[in-house]
Design a protein around this ligand. Sequence first.
Ligand SMILES: [Zn+2]
Length: 487
Amino acid sequence: MQIYNTLTKTKEEFVPRDKGQVSMYVCGPTTYNFIHLGNARPLVFFDTVRRYFIYKGYQVNFVQNFTDVDDKIINRAREEKTDPLELAQKYIREFFADADALNVMRADTHPKVSEHIPEIIDLIKKLEQQGHAYAVDGDVYFAVRSFPAYGKLSGRSLEDMQAGARVEVDPRKKDPMDFALWKAAKPGEPSWDSPWGPGRPGWHIECSAMAEKYLGSGFDIHGGGFDLIFPHHENEIAQSEAACGEPFARYWMHNGFITVNQEKMSKSLGNFFLVREILAKFPPDVVRWYLLSTHYRSPLDFDDEKLVMAGKGLDRIKTALRLLYEAMELPVYQEEREKPVADGLEEKLATLRLEFEKAMEDDFNTALAISVFFELAKEINIFVGKLGGKVTSEEKKLLDKAHALVKDFNCVLGILKEDKMTGRLLIDAAGADDKLTEGLIQLIIKIRQEARSKKDWATADTIRDGLKELGIILEDTPQGVRWKKQG
Ligand SMILES: [Zn+2]
């Protein structure tokens, strides 16, 4: 498996630290608002990476933190006249509502800063003892000059950084690029006791402390958006490697930005869209499909039209899946066909599985994996079309194999939810409501049939017209009454 490593700027063969296991840390949100589409991209992408490793049989340990202590949270809480930790807790709940909708698996551990202050203080103490950190007036700074490898992730020297950054010169700092590990408490802010007096952690130190606690040194994959490379991830490396003298994470993966009219989507530019606003207009499976339709390192442009297109693409998969499920219900004929219709389908399925894996193992090329999914849908359509309303037992086995492959592709990409009882994928985004809708419509159809058998045409018509108003069309076919949504 090849992974593009930001640290070495090359695609590298993935070798896990521990055989058969993958340890991953992905920086989570600062919980002071609902998440926006730019937050959803790494969320969905790294969930897909995790799912692929699980598909390959690895034991994955996935950690994603919540930054619940931060200036933005404190400021927002002040505006809303609420407690900062309560505000953070509220947006953690809202985060899970959006993540669940997008079918993102919960992390094995979701550590919060507020619950890891002792670990953070220990790490800062260690850095101070080793001469990598110094305290001034209750603040503690990391001394970037004490870590010669500083800049290795972003590929910038300290001189470049200083030229590029308009940092205010703080005479208390030894170098303008030194960054805060601990901030002295200001009145009215949440604070914890420490050897340097009451205060709270700076942003970067939390990820070093929590990754070390849950994954240990030299863990496998550290992920996040491009914008975290500098300074956040650069600082994480400096803190962790200066303290432990060992490599921190071995593969650094970063996803590209979401753009709106080629401009980066961000809060500061005011062109960002909340996941919630998008989910009000588009089903979550379509949003997820859209997010995976472009390679993760490329920019992904956003507008409604792109989501409409994604929905049309996903409909091709759903249509094939509907046909597949219908075919799986066909009666099995004992006799052989005169002319077989399977036409090497079994070999094609095996080839498609290999192609899908090859795409995913080439630096998680989900765009290519999706195109293999379309190929599979096409093969299913062709095969089902040739069945002519009946299957032999051999063909039934092939349908099951095609279904297993659809489920595996879907499980990696995380698009459709699965009905745990039947093992079938839920085709409509409303997923859980699907079976209920089907059951209710079948019940209504039955009542209408009963009315017709009693020549109660008025009731039968009322039912048909009423359903039509709801956009549901009944069709009388030789196999009985069928229903469909008005196209
Ligand atoms: Zn982080």
